[in-house]
Design a protein around this ligand. Structure first.
Ligand code: ATP
Length: 381
């Protein structure tokens, strides 16, 4: 009996080994060994071992179930495709019904026509607008030219200058009559722009001494006459007395409009000013006078401080303009600081120089872009 059971078990074991894989085999061997021991002790119960063997079979079954489950899980993905198919159908049907943006892959056919329509509409509108804008300017320019041409005929206040010769003839007449009336005549020879309401040109008509390169005659050739009219006497200004005397002696007795206006704006402004004026209108002294005035006042209050610090830095775009400004400012400043130089001479004779005469004579220093800065700033060292 025992041998028969063993053979039966061994045959089942062999079946189990045959049907089971490597890992489940190890798990099945142990229960078989235990069952054999029990059988050896309790021989009269031959039916129990088959019951114990049943769980072994059940153990083998679970892997099958797992396999089935796995198959089911693998088989589940196919159902989604059927779900997608109806989506596709809905998508296909959706465009036919309405363009509600529910689909993504197949929406292209309905969406494509929409942007095309918008794109087509926009360029058409732009083209129309461009055509309209292009068509507008010509009528605007024409009336302007007409106004310019008609302006001299209407009024003798010849504002334009570069226009046709018939227009210049009345202008010349106005210019000749203007001096008899007042400096209201605005145009003279070469002013091209029609509008120049701002006071920006100088009045070197009464220049007593203009040591710089430009002469009053040259200024009058390039500047409107009313802008050249004297606006304020230098002697009546609030500038430093030394500067007033120097300006009257070296430059003139009246300010140009630019100079007068810049003097006021320069003193009142805390952020700075930007001035635009034609050539020869006196811009150099327009900013030079306020600077020198402040420097002279600083010298009166604290000479050592004014001497040891750089008061103003002037940037010029060209070398020629730099030399012109330096010559003009130096010429005026030498005269304005002349009295101080005499005092210095006296102090130097007494061997008590407080500040150098040479330095003061070169307070207006020119620094070119290609020259040594240390050499140019030597007077300040
Ligand atoms: N108030 C004034 N009275 C008489 N002459 C003046 C006066 N101001 C300047 N000038 C003279 O007018 C000439 C031109 O002046 P300035 O060089 O300052 O003009 P500008 O506007 O700076 O010219 P640019 O734009 O060429 O530099 C100079 O010879 C100068 O001496």
């Amino acid at each position: 009996m025992f041998l028969r059971q063993l053979t039966a078990l061994s045959s089942r074991r062999a079946r189990l080994l045959l049907f089971s894989s490597a890992k489940p085999v190890l798990a099945t061997r142990l229960p078989l060994a235990t069952s054999i021991r029990f059988n050896s002790t309790t021989v009269p119960q031959p039916q129990q071992p088959p019951k114990k063997q049943e769980p072994e079979i059940t153990k083998v079954e679970p892997p099958k179930k797992l396999e089935v489950e796995i198959k089911e899980t693998v088989a589940k993905p196919p159902p989604p495709p059927p779900q997608r198919e109806p989506e596709v159908e809905i998508k296909e049907s959706a465009p036919a019904k309405k363009p509600e943006a529910e689909t993504k892959d197949n929406v292209s056919p309905p969406k494509e026509p929409e942007p095309e329509i918008t794109k087509v509409d926009s360029p058409k509108k732009i083209e129309v607008e461009i055509k309209e804008t292009v068509a507008k300017p010509p009528p605007q320019k024409e009336p302007e030219t007409e106004i310019k041409e008609s302006a001299p005929t209407k009024k003798p206040e010849a504002e334009t200058k570069d226009n046709v010769s018939p227009q210049r003839e009345p202008e010349t007449e106005v210019k000749e009559s203007a001096p008899t009336k007042k400096p209201e005549s605005e145009t003279k020879d070469t002013v091209s722009p029609p509008k120049q309401p701002k006071v920006e040109t100088p009045t070197p008509t009464q220049n007593t001494a203009a040591p710089t390169k430009k002469s009053p005659a040259n200024i009058e050739d390039n500047v409107d006459s009313h802008l050249l009219a004297p606006t304020e006497k230098v002697s009546e200004s609030n500038m430093h007395p030394k500067l007033i005397n120097a300006f009257i002696h070296r430059i003139g007795s009246t300010f140009t409009p630019v100079q007068k206006r810049c003097m006021n704006e320069f003193n009142e402004s805390e952020t700075g000013i930007i001035v635009r004026a034609k050539t020869g209108t006196g811009k150099t002294f327009a900013f030079g006078l306020p600077v020198m005035n402040d420097h002279l006042n600083a010298l009166d209050s604290n000479r050592n401080l004014a001497k040891s610090s750089v008061n103003t830095v002037i940037f010029c775009p060209t070398r020629d303009l730099c030399t012109q400004n330096q010559d003009a400012l130096q010429n005026l400043w030498q005269k304005a600081s002349e009295e101080d130089k005499e005092r210095q001479h006296k102090r130097m004779k007494r061997n008590k120089p407080r500040y150098d005469y040479k330095n003061l004579s070169r307070d207006v220093v020119t620094i070119m872009g290609q020259t040594s800065i240390r050499r140019s700033l030597s007077p300040f060292h």
